[in-house]
Design a protein around this ligand. Structure first.
Ligand code: ADP
Ligand code: MG
Length: 307
């Protein structure tokens, strides 16, 4: 099932002077954790606002759970945690969930059952009658997630849910999101925190200056196809000769070499040749980069391309 689809979605502010989102097309499968990554000002919040009818698109269209975004009834099945949300701080955790539940059209009977369950899910059951002005940032974010779940949504939008939270608080939110995904919910996460996203996302898209740069699974991003790191005992001279002969690009990386082969067959051919020269091969390692390296590479490439 496709949970979310956008078609050339575009949003300009200030009569076109600010291009917050430009020709953005994306498809998100249901039942997954999808993360939209991008530096501050990339357009992540704008996308959520347009999808939820808080801002109108300049051009393009989008569908949530199969419904055009202009059909607001679909909001019944959607949860939303805004970036930097503020709940009135004289309320208790229980009261926050009660008021937001009423606003979302959930009945009193359902709320009576759901509120204690949600407070337990986000580990705030012991704080249910405490005024939230006493809460830490992490507790407020967990309450925010509970609020987003009050109407038992299928699709959840969370805008920077772990921003400004300490490592333990982040871990708790990550565990919570995984638990929700296991329950079959689709989670759309906005984040500028790469290492966070790398740990929990099934799929990632990178946004920069309103444009979609790349989309794929975490694995797609971090493995560099057909590049291998070779660790040899001495005899590197033969490697250079053989690579020149086989036309395989080669470069040094500290004590090792990186080769960029065409395919596995060529890699094996290279290994055969090295062995014929009696080179001792200590390791052949498929090359990987961290998502952070990749992200910085992508963002920098594009910047240079635009200049
Ligand atoms: N209401 C608005 N009016 C004018 N410009 C805006 C408005 N909202 C966002 N922007 C601009 O649009 C761009 C994208 O912002 P935003 O969607 O908040 O990015 P992100 O969430 O990725 O940090 C930024 O340049 C921001 O300054
Ligand atoms: Mg934002």
């Amino acid at each position: 099932m496709v949970a979310l689809e956008t078609f050339g979605l575009t949003k300009y502010y200030k009569r076109g002077r600010v291009k917050a989102l430009e020709d953005f097309s994306l498809q998100v499968e249901g039942g997954k954790i999808f993360s939209l990554l991008g530096p501050n000002g990339a357009g992540k919040t704008t996308l959520i606002k347009v999808l939820l009818g808080i801002a109108f698109p300049t051009r393009g269209s989008a569908r949530l759970l199969g419904e055009d975004i202009s059909h607001y009834q679909v909001h019944r099945h959607i949860g939303y945690l805004a970036e930097n949300h503020r709940f009135p701080d004289f309320l208790t955790a229980e009261m926050v969930l009660y008021y937001y539940g009423k606003m979302a059209g959930v009945s009193k009977t359902e709320l009576r059952e759901r509120i204690p369950n949600l407070l337990e899910l986000v580990k705030l059951q012991e704080w249910s009658r405490t005024k939230i002005r006493k809460f830490s940032k992490g507790m407020l974010q967990r309450l925010g997630v509970a609020q987003a779940l009050i109407n038992d949504p299928e699709l959840l939008f969370l805008d920077e849910p772990t921003d400004g939270i300490d490592p333990i608080g982040r871990r708790e939110i990550r565990d919570l999101l995984q638990e929700l995904r296991n329950q079959g919910k689709t989670i759309f996460l906005n984040s500028h925190l790469l290492s966070e996203v790398e740990r929990i996302s099934d799929e990632i898209a990178i946004l920069k200056s309103g444009r979609l740069l790349q989309k794929g699974s975490v694995e797609d991003f971090i493995s560099v196809r057909n590049q291998y790191q070779l660790r040899l005992q001495d005899r590197q001279v033969s490697l250079q000769e053989i690579c020149r002969r086989l036309e395989i690009p080669l470069r040094r990386q500290a004590e090792d070499y990186i080769v960029a082969v065409k395919d596995e067959q060529q890699l094996n051919h290279l290994i055969d040749e090295l062995r014929r020269n009696r080179t001792i091969i200590q390791a052949v390692i498929p090359r990987k980069i961290t998502l952070e390296d990749f992200f910085i590479e992508v963002v920098r490439d594009k910047q240079e391309g635009q200049q």
